[in-house]
Write a protein that binds this ligand. Structure first.
Ligand SMILES: NC(=O)c1ccc[n+]([C@@H]2O[C@H](COP(=O)([O-])OP(=O)(O)OC[C@H]3O[C@@H](n4cnc5c(N)ncnc54)[C@H](OP(=O)(O)O)[C@@H]3O)[C@@H](O)[C@H]2O)c1
Length: 298
């Protein structure tokens, strides 16, 4: 049987990099980073799909600078809202399956129990609003698209909370971390492995399961909890004779940022589990495996 071509956008991002690596056994991966495919250019997006003729598109590219998006609204919308719609249109035209990633930031964070897929959306910031528009643009095409909402993505490369905390832990005696925002940290490799697993069931099965799903590790944490787990598990930062920094819980109000964040963003993953037959482990176990440097064991 012919190996399917798999087009990965944002292939140098946290998730895109892992997808390109972990999906390679399942097909011929076209890893399109920003230099190869600018998602802000609609013609380039269509041309990339027409050129590669993929059976599967993994859209891991996104405008993820949450605070900057408050200013760069046009760029954020082009990448997060318009590009996913074009990818879906092009996927439909050639009978490809699209897997797209979205975020808990489509919700307002006012719930205190996990958000199911059909909970009302009400993003608090431009990033969340553009990601929601992207979801809607995909749905409007009626393409075979699986949309996976996730949260708090981290890894050992790129820009993320884990690497920031590790750096600050080596520099400072005290870290002041927000404790009144609750969500679930997700290792990019774990998300990529889950994606490989659902693709591994075959593209016809995936097409039949088109729809919106929440994909996340189990449990929940505040940023403060996450920081404590990172510093604790990471051990004493290198070159720091005086030991680990003190971690102090602060309120969101004590750390003002341009974009508002939801206070609660835990995603209910029951639909994903019922459809695909598995759940991700507890976020602390996933973090331990990430910090142990075994990226193949999501
Ligand atoms: N990060 C999170 O905490 C989080 C939480 C929930 C959901 N998500 C979603 O998960 C998915 C993967 O996110 P991630 O964490 O892997 O993000 P990431 O590490 O920021 O990766 C995003 C990638 O998209 C690329 N990109 C940005 N603008 C582009 C453009 N105009 N054309 C082509 N590529 C462009 C970036 O390229 P450059 O490296 O050149 O900027 C980067 O490689 C996204 O859909 C995101 O919305 C992320």
């Amino acid at each position: 049987m012919q190996r399917p071509t798999i087009l990965v956008t944002g292939a140098n991002g946290q998730l895109g990099f892992e997808l390109a690596r972990l999906l390679a056994p399942l097909g011929d991966v076209v890893a399109a980073d920003r230099a190869r495919l600018d998602l802000a250019n609609p013609d380039a997006v269509a041309a990339a799909v027409r050129g590669a003729k993929p059976a599967l598109i993994l859209n891991a590219g996104a405008y993820t600078a949450v605070d900057l998006a408050e200013k760069e609204t046009v760029q954020a919308a082009a990448i997060n809202a318009r590009a996913p719609g074009i990818l879906a249109e092009e996927a439909k035209r050639i009978g490809a399956v699209l897997i797209h990633y979205s975020t808990d930031y489509v919700f307002d964070g006012l719930r205190t129990t996990p958000y199911p897929e059909d909970a009302p959306t009400a993003p608090l910031n431009v990033y969340g609003a553009t990601k929601l528009e992207g979801e809607r643009a995909i749905a409007a095409t009626d393409a075979h698209a699986v949309v996976l909402r996730t949260s708090w993505v981290y890894g050992l490369r790129g820009k993320n909370f884990l690497l920031t905390i590790r750096r600050l832990a080596a520099e400072r005696d005290e870290l002041r971390i927000v404790a009144d925002q609750v969500g679930v940290p997700n290792w990019c490799a774990s998300l990529a492995e889950a994606t490989a697993r659902i693709v591994g069931d075959g593209l016809p099965a995936l097409a039949e399961r088109a729809g919106m799903y929440h994909l996340s590790a189990t449990g929940s944490a505040s940023w403060y909890d996450f920081a404590r787990a990172i510093v604790g598990d990471a051990g004493q930062p290198r070159g720091k004779a005086r030991g680990k920094p003190r971690i102090t819980a602060i309120a969101t109000a004590d750390y003002p940022l341009p974009a508002r964040r939801p206070a609660y963003g835990v995603l209910d993953t029951a639909r994903f589990a019922a459809t695909f037959g598995f759940t991700l482990p507890d976020w602390q176990d996933v973090l331990s495996r990430c910090l142990a440097g075994r990226p193949d064991t999501a």
